[in-house]
Design a protein around this ligand. Structure first.
Ligand SMILES: Cc1cc2nc3c(=O)[nH]c(=O)nc-3n(C[C@H](O)[C@H](O)[C@H](O)COP(=O)(O)O)c2cc1C
Length: 184
């Protein structure tokens, strides 16, 4: 595999986030030739169309450029009140405006981690719906919902669930294949 760049975006801003830790596990599990870079979205201002009309703020420009440059994107969302977290929605809203909105045509994989027994599945389906609006190409399978996240990461934040780690390897592999198929 040669030089495939994935941008990973966590919808949680907290330091010990399970979603961010899940993306770190994917960084570790990426095969040779695939790099996974973690995006920063905590410094994006709250979306304001008056601000956008005066020009995208520098942090927004950086995020949009990162999405544009990536061969594929992985979004990890916590579930907040049965939906996507506000920081992730905010980042997608900033990226979704003209010109050349960078999520258009982008291969995207989704995962979620939540402390409850549903693993963020409701948030995932809201996220999938949003990505119809951006005309992104969302990978259908495998699906990764990390349920009961509190018991699946050790004290250092390492994802310890072997079945979940296997699914992550599979997800990266399928995402690369999906992106290559879309490009062909
Ligand atoms: C505002 C808020 C709302 C939440 N709502 C849900 C929910 O609807 N479903 C759920 O499974 N967990 C919910 N949780 C618990 C999160 O799953 C848990 O905090 C999780 O660790 C967040 O992800 P993170 O570890 O990546 O920050 C909620 C947490 C917060 C702070």
């Amino acid at each position: 595999m040669t030089d495939f760049k994935i941008l990973a975006v966590s919808g949680s801003l907290r330091k010990n986030s399970f979603n961010t830790a899940a993306l770190r596990a994917m960084q570790e599990l990426a095969p040779a030739g695939v790099t996974i870079e973690l995006a920063e979205i905590g410094d994006l201002p709250l979306y304001d169309d008056d601000v956008r009309e005066q020009g995208y703020p520098a942090t927004v420009q950086r995020f949009r450029a990162q999405v544009a440059a990536a061969d594929a994107v992985i979004l990890a969302t916590p579930e907040y009140n049965y939906s996507v977290s506000a920081p992730l929605k905010n980042a997608i809203d900033w990226a979704s405006r003209a010109p050349a909105q960078p999520f258009g045509g982008k291969p995207v994989a989704i995962l979620s981690a939540a402390t409850g027994p549903m693993g963020g599945v409701r948030a995932q389906y809201h996220l999938r719906h949003m990505l119809v609006s951006t005309n992104s190409h969302v990978l259908n399978a495998p699906q990764i919902m990390i349920t009961g996240a509190g018991s699946k990461f050790d004290a250092e934040g390492r994802f310890t669930d072997q079945a979940g780690r296997d699914l992550m390897v599979q997800m990266i592999d399928e995402l690369v294949k999906w992106a290559r198929r879309l490009k062909a």
